[in-house]
Write a protein that binds this ligand. Structure first.
Ligand SMILES: [Fe+2]
Length: 186
């Protein structure tokens, strides 16, 4: 099995990363929109959306510096992001949980991709690519860690809305919004 020219391989992998970032721009736009009633999550998702746009630009610049082109868009990663996006477009009640799972998974795909790119770029002495990928990697790791901290709360929030009948403030069984006589009050 013949190996491709290492430089062509690096360009190909950078193109994969470019396509991945482009796909995730669309996913994050949807997920930020889904979270617009949650100010902190909305702010964080919007911030990462801007970072993701910049990641795509910086990766594209790396490809061009190496003499490659991003004009022929790869579709492999588009399939991955299509899956994530597809999980979020329905109006399912646990949408925010599913969005968080998809975002957490995609951050880890990005982390793995940039770690691999750093090794490849180091092997080829492409220090500019190493630096760019290290900067992007830090932002992906920061987002992954934020998502990891949010996940328990997002799940608990969801269960709190739908599953805790009669617990705590009693909004489901005896609340004033339902209009039913508050029979269980004491
Ligand atoms: Fe990214």
């Amino acid at each position: 099995m013949a190996m491709r020219d290492p430089r062509e391989t690096l360009i190909g992998w950078l193109n994969d990363a470019y396509a991945m970032e482009q796909g995730l721009v669309q996913v994050l736009e949807n997920h930020a929109n889904d979270a617009k009633d949650m100010p902190e999550a909305y702010r964080k998702l919007t911030q990462h959306l801007e970072q993701t746009r910049m990641h795509a630009e910086r990766v594209r610049e790396c490809v061009e510096r190496l003499g490659g082109s991003t004009s022929t868009m790869k579709t492999a990663m588009g399939t991955v992001s299509g899956f994530f996006q597809g999980r979020s477009t329905g109006a399912s009640p646990d949408e925010l949980v599913k969005n968080a799972l998809a975002d957490y998974a995609s951050e880890h795909l990005e982390i793995a991709s940039y770690r691999a790119l750093i090794v490849a770029a180091q092997a080829l002495g492409e220090n500019h690519v190493v630096q760019v990928c290290e900067q992007i990697l830090r932002e992906e790791e920061e987002m992954a860690s934020w998502l990891e901290r949010q996940l328990p709360m997002i799940v608990q929030d969801y269960l709190g809305q739908g599953a805790t009948v009669g617990a705590g403030m009693g909004t489901a069984s005896g609340g004033s919004f339902s209009g039913t006589p508050g029979g269980n009050r004491f």
